[in-house]
Design a protein around this ligand. Structure first.
Ligand SMILES: *Cc1c(COP(=O)(O)O)cnc(C)c1O
Length: 458
């Protein structure tokens, strides 16, 4: 099929949808480090994890051996409502950049939740339902994860309780209403509903909340309510597994036209979309069948890969979750208040951290005003308004394409366009008004937040 003219959008037939997720851990020589119990320093046992997560998801979390895990029929049915997602050849962007590079992007914003998070939300809701649970709790910052989970829970008739960071609850009323449309209850955090919420409110009346506090509230309610579990939308191995659907579809679409990418680029917050996009390509790389340059893009204001430390750390600010070995900035790290572009998590997926430590992928950091400049150019030439998070990948894809213009190399670049930017217009407004700035933490600031690393596993 090589040489056949590539259409603007490569769609797959329903029959070409992947029927299994791909578990890249099976092909890793150095497996990601296990989660540790913060009390004992020992690897978390399945029984311990099952108090927090659904049984089947614990199995997936700990499975380093099976390369393919069949997608249950009911999840596949749901996927068929909004998948396959299109893989687009960015002909207009190539022309605009006058580059000989060939650019493709996989767009995950084509569902109501507006991002790739639905791919894992539906799987997590399915296993919770199958286990006979009544509901799940979670936290949401910007709101994409809460929205995705609300849709998934509504589909399977599960109760969904979302603690939404108070400042987002007030600033993003439309996201909140989408969640309520799907039947979720949305509580601004900190709240009076939990012990930890009441304690924080007493100590800091008027606080606008934080992700760390919202996690602690969600975990408290899950652990204290019969028939409930807590769910998480990124970072975990199970989430990367579900997101492999992105990479599998991308690979099938490219293979149809005999296209082999040279460079694969994705933004990295907790690592789930990037881990999913690269999964089958990384598998080939690990098995020695092909080689690709793989680039993670993170904000310069929250640079876990490029300036963090590879160490065991807490996954949450409240220090209630197990310890994970990852590139981290320290669990007390909070990006500067003017940081508008998402990807604000202090750590990174253990899988991607191990692959990065082994030199199998690269990472770059980009400044947020450069990211929004790329976002605006992309919106104007390709038509799609990108999420700020996704625009980190756009920035680096454009930079690589510009490099190709200078060297004359005809590289094939694939990047993940994880979501739509409709709910992020306040950030775009700051960019347009010139009030957006680039705060980059100093070495001293990072050293300070890294002081909170636990002694365990060091
Ligand atoms: C949550 C989110 C991200 C970052 O999360 P990862 O787990 O790193 O993929 C990126 N883009 C969008 C649109 C998101 O909603």
């Amino acid at each position: 099929m090589a040489g056949k003219e590539v259409p603007y959008k490569i769609y797959l037939e329903e029959s070409e949808l992947p029927t299994s997720w791909y578990n890249v851990r099976a092909d890793m020589k150095n497996k990601p480090a296990p989660l540790l119990n913060p009390g004992t320093g020992e690897p978390m046992k399945p029984e311990e994890l099952e108090g927090v997560f659904c049984k089947e998801l614990v199995k997936q979390e700990l499975d380093n051996e099976n390369p393919y895990i069949e997608i249950p029929g009911e999840i596949l049915d749901f996927y068929r409502m909004y998948r396959p997602s299109p893989l687009t050849r960015a002909y207009f962007l190539e022309k605009y950049l006058q580059t000989p590079a060939k650019i493709y992007y996989k767009f995950e914003g084509n569902n109501t939740s507006g991002s790739h998070k639905l791919n894992s939300a539906i799987a997590q809701a399915y296993y919770a339902k199958k286990q006979g649970l009544k509901g799940v709790t979670t936290e949401t910052g910007a709101g994409q994860w809460g929205t995705a989970l609300s849709m998934a829970c509504s589909f399977f008739g599960l109760d969904c309780k979302v603690f939404m960071v108070k400042v987002s609850y007030e600033q993003k009323p439309f996201r909140r209403e989408v969640m309520r449309t799907y039947g979720a209850s949305v509580t601004p955090s900190p709240s009076e509903e939990t012990q930890v919420g009441r304690k924080i409110l007493a100590e800091h009346p008027g606080t606008t909340g934080s992700l760390g506090c919202a996690i602690s509230e969600a975990v408290e309610v899950a652990v204290g309510t019969e028939g409930y579990r807590y769910v998480l939308g990124s970072v975990l191995n199970q989430v990367l597994l579900h997101q492999s659907i992105i990479g599998l579809e991308t690979k099938t679409a490219l293979d149809k036209y005999g296209i082999k990418p040279d460079i694969i680029i994705g933004c990295a917050g907790g690592g789930s979309n990037l881990g999913g996009l690269i999964a089958p390509f990384m598998g080939e790389k690990l098995r020695g069948e092909a080689d690709y340059r793989i680039i993670a893009v993170e904000p310069a204001s929250c640079p876990s890969f490029t300036r963090g430390k590879y160490a065991y750390d807490f996954c949450d600010t409240g220090k209630v979750c197990p310890l994970a070995k990852m590139y981290t900035l320290g669990c007390d790290f909070i990006p500067a208040p003017n940081h508008a572009g998402g990807l604000r998590y202090h750590g990174m997926s253990s899988i991607l951290s191990q692959l990065y430590a082994d030199g199998l992928m690269e990472a770059v950091s980009v400044k947020q005003t450069d990211v929004f400049k790329a976002a605006e150019e992309f919106a104007r030439v390709e038509g799609t308004l990108p999420a700020p998070e996704s625009s980190h990948a756009i920035r680096t894809a454009m930079d690589e394409a510009i490099r190709c213009r200078e060297t004359g190399e005809e590289k094939t670049i694939v990047f993940g366009l994880t979501g739509t930017g409709y709910f992020d217009m306040v950030a775009y407004e700051q960019f347009h008004n010139g009030t957006m700035s680039d705060y980059i933490p100093t070495d001293e600031e990072l050293a300070e937040s890294l002081k909170s690393l636990p002694a365990i596993g060091a």
